[in-house]
Ligand binder design. Structure first.
Ligand code: ADP
Ligand code: MG
Length: 620
């Protein structure tokens, strides 16, 4: 039976310029033949081999394999038939560099879903047959050219495919190694495999049983004495074409990642940096958030102020009962009443130019309730406190001389200077009577200033109006951080937003870096990917391989980043003397993040890898 038959096959590359690489070829090849095709470079030999090996389709003419026409085959059927029929050997070897030779020899069987143990036996047998069994565990990158080519032939032999296609297998070899490779091809042919060999070395061609010459796209028979190997040529490959096991895909990806040092490390570092940033930001963020909230509680949540206008407009004596009532509210730690007495002429003694300044009168514990910072201790018989800016304006003599002031002509001894008054800022430019009230005092507005225990302010605020004016609590204006929990949530929300922003940017950068690394890796491996496709890998196997590689790198980066981020955060938190607050979900989140980066980063490269055609292995 005719194994392969070409009838009037033409292959025209549309260009421009249009090239007729194969210009009408008729050829019949019987099972068990050893055919050599010679001819000058550019004569169309590789193009013809691509068509014969189902790596390319003719522009016109018919190609039949065992009388089965190939023109109507779908891409999937063509892949399966190719995987069942052909093994390939190329000038550039195309072994899996840095991986043990066995991995390369088993590759065809991986894509035929052959179990690992059977693969190993078949691969070792093939290496044995070609005299290179001792190299099985050596990294391919350490072999000589001649050894590599024999390993490549073993790969074609191991699958048990009936036809071996070799495109200039000795092109990169010296004559001694070339002769060994030719010997290896004869060995393979003697076992019943049909060999199609392209060479432009006449000596190499002389080893074949049948010699053809190709020039300008046309084929001529040089030596029609068709020598056939004696062996029965009906060998069939084992396994199922274009199938693979998921476990093998993962193992293949892991081996590929392990042996591609530089790119792998680059990818892992990119992911690790991003994940570390994210982990660190959230770890520090959670701690800082607790700090912010604590401070928030410590200050704002402890102050209540209530303001009202006394009904009769006349100043009334210090309301001891009111202060008692306020102080006895649960949670109140300091209380004071502050009366606004309006503007009055304040003059220094001895006589200086006077100024009009706001005057207040206070009772209760004003220093604590208004959170005053006093610059000078209160002297004996204090009458007024003076704000620091008013003191500077009046150019008062230095303390502790305890100067005297005139307020609307009334003498008042200064008991101290208010250096800072954060709760009632007006006091820094004012006079505050803290002793007996002056006769002119007429209060338009009263304020009760309260300081509470942490967290008690809301309850106190709810009760204070009733204490001040039980009859008309609505006339009292209460100023307190009424909805503390809302404010707190807002602050925490802001913090989260900032952190999410940072994290998002870091993750985007990692995806970009990994996408770049993986795309570079695919570019470097076009020939390898082409070879995988040539021996039967489907597009989705290639996509799966690249995605799994990328996922492995992403997860490795996630683990590394998790540790790096936690260490960095701990160092920062310790240096601040804070109490670390850790979210336990950060670990699974880091791994998931790494995987997501891996998936996204690998998807672009996977799409590119999917476009690599089986024929690219021959072209490289
Ligand atoms: P050989 O293997 O005998 O050196 P080839 O089959 O590689 O010859 O090339 C035959 C002709 O076809 C050459 O002119 C080459 O430039 C052209 N050719 C080969 N492959 C392609 C392609 N993919 N696209 C366009 N032209 C091509
Ligand atoms: Mg060629």
């Amino acid at each position: 039976m005719t194994l392969l038959r070409l009838d009037g096959v033409r292959r025209i590359f549309p260009g421009p310029p249009e090239v007729t690489a194969v210009a009408g070829v008729d050829l019949e090849i019987a099972a068990g033949e050893f055919v050599a095709i010679e001819g000058p470079s550019g004569g169309g030999k590789s193009t013809l081999l691509n068509i014969l090996g189902l790596l390319d389709r003719p522009t016109s003419g018919a190609y039949a394999i065992r009388d089965r026409a190939t023109a109507e085959l779908t891409d999937g059927e063509m892949s399966a038939l190719r995987s069942d029929t052909f093994g390939f050997v190329f000038q550039a070897f195309h072994l899996l560099e840095r991986r043990p030779v066995l991995d390369s020899v088993e590759l065809n069987l991986v894509y035929r879903a052959v179990p690992a143990a059977v693969r190993r036996t078949r691969a070792l047998e093939a290496l044995e047959a070609l005299g290179v069994a001792e190299l099985a565990d050596t990294a391919a990158s350490r072999l000589s050219g001649g050894q590599r080519q024999r390993v490549a032939i073993a790969r074609a032999l191991a699958a048990g495919t009936p036809v071996l296609i070799a495109d200039e297998p000795t092109g990169n070899l010296d004559s001694v190694n070339g002769a060994r490779v030719i010997e290896a091809l004869r060995t393979v042919n003697a076992r019943g495999v049909t060999v199609l060999l392209v060479t432009h070395d006449p000596e190499v061609a002389a080893a074949a049983g049948r010699r053809l010459r190709m020039r300008d796209g046309r084929l001529t028979e040089l030596d029609t004495m068709a020598r056939r190997s004696g062996a029965d040529a009906t060998s069939a490959p084992i396994g199922t074409p274009a199938r693979t096991r998921f476990g093998d895909l993962v193992r293949d990806a892991a081996a590929s990642v392990r042996t591609r040092g530089g790119r792998t490390v680059g990818g892992v570092v990119a992911v690790a940096v991003a994940v570390a940033l994210a982990v660190g930001a959230f770890a520090v963020g959670a701690t800082a958030q607790a700090q912010v909230s604590d401070r928030f509680d410590a200050h704002a949540n402890r102050e209540v102020a209530a303001t009202w206008s006394p009904g009769d407009g006349r100043y009334r004596p210090p309301d001891a009962a009111l202060l008692d009532g306020l102080s006895s509210l649960s949670g109140v730690v300091a209380a004071a009443l502050l009366d606004e007495l309006g503007g009055h002429v304040v003059t220094g003694v001895p006589e200086r130019p006077g100024v009009i300044a706001p005057v207040f009168a206070a009772s209760g514990d004003l220093v604590a309730a208004a959170r005053l910072t006093m610059r000078d201790p209160l002297g004996t018989g204090p009458v007024v406190l003076i704000g620091s800016s008013l003191a500077a304006q009046l150019d008062l003599p230095a303390f502790p001389a305890h100067p005297v002031l005139l307020v609307d002509g009334t003498r008042a001894a200064i008991g101290g200077v208010i250096a800072a008054s954060p709760r009632v800022p007006e006091l820094s430019g004012a006079i505050v009577w803290v002793g007996d009230r002056p006769a002119f005092a007429e209060s338009s507005r009263r304020t009760a200033l309260l300081v509470t225990r942490a967290g008690a302010a809301p309850q106190v605020a709810a009760q204070v109006a009733v204490v001040i004016d039980a009859a008309q609590p609505g006339s009292v204006e209460v100023d307190a951080p009424a909805d503390v929990s809302t404010l707190r949530t807002e602050i925490e929300g802001d913090l989260l937003l900032v952190l999410s922003g940072f994290t998002g940017l870091a993750l985007l950068a990692a995806v970009a870096a990994l996408a770049n690394a993986m795309a570079g890796s695919v570019l470097e491996r076009r020939a390898e990917i082409g070879l995988r496709r040539a021996v039967g890998a489907r597009t989705r196997h290639i996509v799966g391989l690249v995605l799994i590689e990328s996922l492995l790198i992403g997860v490795a980066g996630g683990i590394a980043g998790l540790f790096a981020g936690l260490m960095a955060a701990l160092a920062l938190i310790a240096s601040q003397g804070w109490l670390p607050v850790f979210e336990p979900l950060v670990a699974p989140a880091a791994l998931l993040g790494g995987a997501v980066i891996g998936g996204l980063g690998g998807s672009l490269a996977a799409r590119r890898a999917a476009r690599v055609l089986p024929g690219e292995a021959l072209r490289a």
